[in-house]
Write a protein that binds this ligand. Structure first.
Ligand code: ADE
Length: 233
């Protein structure tokens, strides 16, 4: 048990899928897993373990932003012996060639966040996912006839800007913006564990198009199925 997670050690699988929204964790668990068991309700950050095609898998919300995913993922890696976390979230497009609903795979995350610096004196502004997990996700996407766009993410601390998006994001070749993957990849690195991040484009900072809640739900299913398929490799 931790201050944020009431689960006992053996209640969480080696692989955890992490949407930002805990209700999406509940949705995936109830729609795709069998024999589900809710292991956490602290702060309503719901977590479930169940079976996916016979393999034990957990799904837990991460909350929004690097401090939140930083806490939950660090505890999963260090207190619950979790090996792999796959974030499944949403992102905003920063380049015109990405369309709403495209599914994006992080090949790196650039951030000005002090998360890594404060956590372990790591001054790198770029953190990386685990190649092996990215390959598994690409394989699963191929099998499902889905295309994954691999690109660099900008992990921002800000959703609402008064002064426009950080110019460093484009200068550092980021194609999308979200708020979590930098901290997740850093935690995987310092704990010797594995991480990856898939995001669906929910809005464009170029065209200012946005998706409706209903559309996001459908798009989320496509991404969840790729993550579930990837978890089998
Ligand atoms: N997640 C989805 N859209 C986003 C945006 N525009 N900025 C940050 N995070 C996001």
């Amino acid at each position: 048990m931790t201050p944020h997670n009431q689960a006992k050690k053996d209640e969480i699988a080696k692989i955890v899928l992490m949407p930002g929204d805990p209700l999406r964790a509940k949705y995936i668990a109830t729609h795709y897993l069998t024999d589900i068991h809710c292991f956490n309700t602290v702060r309503n950050m719901l977590g479930y373990t169940g079976l996916y095609q016979g393999q034990t898998l957990s799904i837990m919300g991460s909350g929004m932003g690097m401090p939140s995913i930083g806490i939950y993922s660090y505890e999963l890696y260090t207190q619950y012996d979790v090996d792999t976390i796959i974030r499944i979230g949403s992102c905003g497009a920063l380049i015109p060639s990405l369309d709403l609903f495209d599914v994006i795979l992080a090949d790196s995350a650039w951030s000005r966040s002090t998360y890594a610096q404060q956590q372990s004196h790591d001054a790198n502004r770029i953190q990386y996912p685990t190649l092996e997990i990215n390959q598994a996700l690409k394989k699963a996407a191929n099998e499902q006839n889905q295309w994954l766009h691999p690109c660099r993410f900008h992990s921002s601390d800000v959703f609402y800007y008064e002064a426009g998006i950080d110019s460093g994001a484009l200068a550092n070749q980021c194609a999308v913006v979200e708020m979590e993957s930098f901290a997740l990849f850093h935690n995987a690195k310092v704990t010797g564990k594995k991480a990856a991040c898939l995001c669906t484009v929910s809005d464009s900072l170029v065209t200012h198009q946005e998706t409706t809640a209903q559309q996001r739900e459908t798009a989320f299913d496509t991404m969840a199925q790729i993550a579930l398929g990837g978890s089998l490799y």
